[in-house]
Design a protein around this ligand. Structure first.
Ligand SMILES: [Ca+2]
Ligand SMILES: [Ca+2]
Ligand SMILES: [Ca+2]
Length: 300
């Protein structure tokens, strides 16, 4: 951290830009040196934030009991999306609260506060490629004096080589007997949690006529329930199967009399039963953020 001389003192309300007393972005305020730029009390004055950078901020509850610090982030355009982790550390003498909102509808994705004065707080959520979100940091209980915090937020891309495949029109080809690995993942596009259909992974496969088919979903993440469906070439559902146990494999067996003609069929893998765990607190992430399933279609 840069040490500022007395002559370099700037107030929190004053951005010390080039030619000013301090380096652009660093200021000395009631919490010490900060690089948070006030005013940022509302979503409309949210400061643009770059993933991976550290913000030393100040909740100046003395001058403004309702002080809030808002930041805006944009998820990269990488098809599958990824997850965002916001970590609030070095918290001073106060109980800090963090909130995450979707810009699309200003809906709240998650709102949590720390376990006590000076306690750190971590939040996470799944982000949709290209979507915008806002982070709000504020004090929740009465605090006597301004207090500091450090905010660092990171984005981690989720890997799924078969995306985009959320619709039958975008189904990706797979080969009978050859497993594919993908991710059951969906990001928030609004304040509402992504629905089961947002996790859809469509595949097309060529089947022989009058032979039984087995579709198997293995390595199901322990944070969700797997759901498999088989459709004919025209998009009519032939059969489906799901498990009520999170993390359990799903096996869909279809008898030979259901496969009347040779040609293209469609397999849909997704989750079932929205559990709302696409956002949360602390550092333990849902397994579907990081683990891949294995999907196999066979005609024994
Ligand atoms: Ca503020
Ligand atoms: Ca996927
Ligand atoms: Ca998908």
């Amino acid at each position: 951290m840069r040490i500022l001389t007395a002559a370099a003192v700037c107030t929190l309300a004053m951005a010390c830009g080039p030619g000013g007393a301090a380096d652009a972005g660093t200021m000395l305020g009631p919490c010490g040196v900060v690089n948070e730029v006030e005013p940022n009390e509302t979503r409309d004055t949210a400061a643009a934030y770059t993933f991976g950078t550290s913000i030393n901020g100040c909740l100046d509850v003395k001058a403004n009991p309702a002080d809030e610090d808002w930041y805006e982030i944009t998820a990269p355009n990488d098809l599958t999306g990824g997850f965002v982790q916001m970590k609030l550390t070095n918290v001073g003498a106060g109980t800090i609260q963090g909130s995450i909102y979707a810009v699309a509808d200003n809906g709240a994705i998650r709102n949590e506060y720390a376990s006590g004065d000076g306690a750190n707080l971590s939040l996470f959520f799944s982000a949709k490629a290209g979507a915008k979100y806002r982070l709000a940091i504020e004090n929740i209980f009465a605090a006597d004096a301004p207090y500091r915090y450090t905010m660092q937020t990171t984005y981690t891309k989720v890997n799924d080589a078969y995306e985009p495949n959320d619709t039958r029109a975008d189904a990706k080809a797979m080969t009978l007997g050859t497993p594919v690995n993908g991710t059951l993942f969906a990001g928030y596009s609004s304040g509402s949690a992504p629905g089961d259909d947002d996790y859809a992974d469509w595949f097309s496969v060529t089947l022989a006529a009058n032979k039984a088919v087995q579709v198997k979903l293995e390595n199901v993440p322990t944070s969700l329930n797997g759901h498999l469906l088989l459709y004919d070439s025209g998009g009519t559902e032939i059969a489906s199967m799901y498990s009520s146990n999170e993390g359990a494999s799903v096996t869909l067996n279809v008898t030979a009399d259901k496969i009347l003609s040779a040609g293209t069929y469609y397999v849909l893998a997704k989750k079932i039963f929205v559990t709302g765990d696409a956002a949360g607190r602390d550092d333990t992430l849902p397994t579907h953020f990081t683990s891949q399933y294995k999907l196999t279609v066979t005609q024994p």
